[in-house]
Design a protein around this ligand. Sequence first.
Ligand code: ADP
Length: 242
Amino acid sequence: MAQDITERENILRMRKNFIANASHELRTPLTVIAGYLEMIQADEQLPESLGIAVDAAISQSIRMQRIIEDLLTLSRLENSELDDQSCSVIDIASMLQGIINNEKTLIIDNSHTLNATIDHDLKIKGMQTEINSACNNLIHNAIRHTQQGTEINVIWHMQPSGTACLVIKDNGQGISDEHIKHLTERFYRVDKGRSRDKGGTGLGLAIVQHIVLRHGGKLDIQSSLDKGSTFTICFPSKRVII
Ligand code: ADP
């Protein structure tokens, strides 16, 4: 049995290393290809028919670059422990306000409403870039994966138990039960075509899950079809600073 476990761990390590190495190796050639494509795109003498092809190639290379960056982020999260030295006190209220302001500029024709109920005194100790990425992912998802007219509520509060929770609640189309437990798996999307069209890599929730776990927290997903979804991340009281 001990041998089985060691073997499984070795295979897992090999898989993780392979993904990290492959992503790293692909990064440089892709940057070169994207650079040349941009040069071709800028050529004013480029025939229209070729222009369409070059535009499509550029948008696909941007997609590939996003996937590679997300895979590298996931590898880093998987292969390293959260270092206490890189943690600081995070002013979540102003972080959320920044994300919300930015998202509001991206909402076209008032298609979505974003409301916030934020406890301004509630802070946590953690890694700023990671927590920012997790919050950003969830808020961005609530806009990208819901239809026009959706209302999104962002709540940052302390529970009676002392844990600090971020709740992102939308009244969008919701997600059916059979998908919910798979959402944090790599590349799992409810609607592959739609996610790709919206620029998604299918890695966002896997990244959120890793970040939250590294901080000793928990990600909870509740959703019902036609009613909406609620994504909650809670951080343990030992990370809370008031
Ligand atoms: P991506 O957004 O890049 O597709 P994610 O891992 O962030 O990948 O999300 C996985 C899938 O979960 C999405 O493709 C989408 O189908 C579903 N999803 C995430 N957030 C929501 C939401 N607020 N409402 C409905 N579906 C959602």
